[in-house]
Write a protein that binds this ligand. Sequence first.
Ligand code: GRF
Length: 199
Amino acid sequence: MVNQGINIAVFISGRGSNLQAIIRGCRDKKIKGRVKVVISNRRDAGGIEIAKKHGIAVFVYEKKKFSHKRYQQLTDFLKSVDIDIIALAGYLELIPPVLIRQFENRIINIHPAPLPDFGGKGMYGMKVHQKVLESNIKYTGPTVHLVDGQYDHGKVLDHYPVEIFPDDTPQLLANRVILKEHQLYVDVLSKISTGKMIL
Ligand code: GRF
């Protein structure tokens, strides 16, 4: 996969700013590869427009339509289009075993805080930054990790520190962390795509 670059599938449920960063990272040749498809489990995810604007195929796999066969179909589809890496970018659904088995050590996620301390079921959005502020730690920052069968749980691949200031609010912190997320995700995918990081 390293010679021609990697085929990336980005999974989203919302805004898609990390998707945007990954697309840009590919365009700027920091990442050796391309976003081949975008998968959304929500029809109204903002990231869908970003993908379309860049001519990237988008597939919406809503829960109610695909029931238990949904992830089997999705897995088959991703294999049929030669996906090397699945990058979760704000995807708010647990990845089931069928997909993890078929893409073992090839699914990664970004989380906006240190793991395992600030992750797990229900830990997304402002709740994460709120909990970070309540804990009185000095540094937070995004974490990229391998995806296993539990929320925010697999092996940590990389983390960028972000300093916490005394007058921070969850929103202020989120604003600074998201910028570092974009850098970190591109950096990790860059290393994977050039063989500098082996999963
Ligand atoms: C990011 O904070 C990411 O760490 C988390 O969900 C958020 C997605 O943001 N998993 P965006 O949709 O990429 O803007």
